[in-house]
Ligand binder design. Structure first.
Ligand SMILES: Cc1cc2nc3c(=O)[nH]c(=O)nc-3n(C[C@H](O)[C@H](O)[C@H](O)COP(=O)(O)OP(=O)(O)OC[C@H]3O[C@@H](n4cnc5c(N)ncnc54)[C@H](O)[C@@H]3O)c2cc1C
Length: 456
């Protein structure tokens, strides 16, 4: 059979088919991480699941590499590829909500901003990321860590079903009752098993939350980190939040003479009864002097988008990550040595709590294996000027080297750069062999390989 041409592809899809000769190519080939400079042969702006099928067929039948793009936030730049085909779902962003069953369905290119705007209208939410521009699909298929993780589990723990376009171009449903092996694998296995054109989630009553950022002087960081370690061990599960090394940005609530100072921030989210919020945060005021804060009641979607301005598209990104079982004094020592050296205002280090509901799921119930960790640690280097690449990458690597020996071998795949593929087996622990089996069943030729790849 003749291989499909670009003209054939254009016939089959309703969205734009953008080749190197087309206007808009330069913009279409780029992703969020400006360090990624790749030139696909074609970017297909899919509008429907049928467009996705046509794009997958075109790549497979021509023997071309395929990249799948949802929100485009992959630090490794998996949403674009040299010479191959990009299935770009970034305009497939519809979200529908059924408040009766407390369920929402998001298309494969929706962002958490899209999702939370739709569910927030009904006073509902599910676990998502902390930045509103991150894609729902990419984040969920790899795990999904955010403010609500302790109360409601990972994003993938709230996934009820997904519509998947498979490597051989079929459209199937993955759920507990249909293609259960595929459903198991996509909950943690990332984009390895197919393209999710829509994802259905369980929602929870989360309307106004009490929270926001608090800033402490760097000299108090040790006391705050040790307090956080103990507090979060037994805190009510409606409490989410994380410490962050952060250069104080020029925001009105931070005294002008403290802006630009490197501090330890704590970002809190109390999703329990609003009138208990102030008391919940009191110990964070008692542990050390709070230099500046912007804490109070706010709609959950407002907290989800509060820090978008610090991480606009077009920065350079290099990240490293670990799971941490105990935030031991040894790990904290590493934080205290390298945290104050955070080079620019965009860069940060977050230590998310993943205890609570997340830990009650068995490690082999989904592909996401690190259910016994208490923290997910990410050193997120983000800076504007490529001239500073070396200094910033060095900071990330030094911080990582200092904290890795007392951390778990594996890290969260969604927080990793492209040079961590040798850690993939460690990230999946005892689930890795089963993931390989499911990969062999659903993608034996490894069409979906431009990701944190599980090789068949
Ligand atoms: C600023 C920033 C903040 C972040 N915050 C958080 C956070 O709070 N919590 C958290 O858990 N993670 C967070 N992340 C990490 C994030 O989960 C990953 O980068 C994730 O891969 C992003 O998904 P995306 O759809 O935006 O990315 P993309 O680059 O579009 O995709 C990344 C990967 O997901 C796959 N993928 C995307 N869409 C689909 C689809 N529809 N079907 C099948 N595969 C798909 C792709 O194949 C690719 O391998 C953050 C990342 C950034 C850059």
């Amino acid at each position: 059979m003749a291989k499909p041409t670009i003209a054939d592809l254009r016939q089959r899809v309703s969205g734009d088919v953008i080749t190197r000769d087309d206007a808009g190519y330069e913009e279409a080939r780029r992703v969020y991480n400006a360090m990624i400079d790749r030139r696909p042969s074609v970017v297909v702006r899919c509008l429907t699941a049928s467009d996705v099928v046509a794009t997958v067929d075109y790549a497979r039948e021509n023997g071309l590499d395929l990249a799948v793009r949802g929100g485009g936030h992959s630090v490794a730049g998996f949403g674009t590829i040299d010479d191959g085909v990009v299935a770009d779902l970034s305009v497939m962003r519809a979200v529908s909500v059924d408040p009766g069953t407390r369920r929402a369905r998001a298309e494969g290119g929706a962002t958490w901003g899209d999702f939370n705007a739709a569910t927030g209208e009904h006073g509902l939410a599910t676990t998502g990321g902390i930045i509103s521009t991150t894609g729902v699909a990419g984040l969920t298929l790899g795990g999904g860590i955010g403010y609500l993780t302790r109360g409601y589990g990972l994003s993938l723990d709230n996934l009820i079903s997904a519509d998947i376009v498979t490597a051989d171009g079929r459209q199937v449903v993955a759920s507990a009752t249909e293609n259960a092996d595929l459903f198991w694998a996509i909950r943690g296995g990332g984009g390895n098993f197919g393209v999710a054109t829509s994802l259905e989630f369980q929602l929870h009553p989360v309307d106004q939350i009490y929270g926001g950022p608090m800033f402490y002087a760097a000299k108090d960081a040790g006391a705050v980190l040790r307090f956080y370690r103990d507090f979060i061990d037994t805190a009510p599960e409606a409490f989410g939040g994380f410490p962050a090394w952060q250069i104080a940005p020029p925001l009105p609530f931070i005294p002008e003479d403290r802006q630009g100072e490197t501090m330890l921030a704590f970002v809190a989210c109390w999703a329990g009864p609003l009138d208990e919020g102030e008391a919940m945060l009191k110990p964070f005021h008692d542990v050390a002097e709070v230099v500046a804060e912007h804490v109070g009641p706010m709609p959950y979607p407002a907290l989800n988008s509060a820090f978008d301005g610090l991480v606009p598209a077009g920065l350079q990104h290099y990240w490293k990550a670990n799971f941490v079982r105990d935030l031991s004094d040894e790990v904290i020592e590493g934080y205290l040595e390298h945290g104050p050296r955070v080079p620019v205002v965009n860069s940060t280090v977050h230590t998310y709590p993943v205890n609570g509901a997340c830990k009650r799921v068995a490690p082999d119930a989904t592909a996401f294996a690190y259910r016994d960790a208490n923290f997910a640690h990410v050193i997120a280097g983000m800076w504007p000027d490529p001239a500073d690449n070396e200094a910033n990458i060095r900071w990330v690597k030094d911080f990582y080297a200092a904290t890795a020996p007392a951390s778990e071998e594996g890290g969260y795949i969604n927080f990793m750069a492209g040079d961590d593929q040798d850690r993939i087996r460690a990230n999946y622990r005892g689930n890795y062999d089963r993931l390989v089996e499911v990969k062999r069943a659903w993608d034996p030729e490894n069409l979906f390989h431009h990701n944190q790849n599980i090789k068949p």
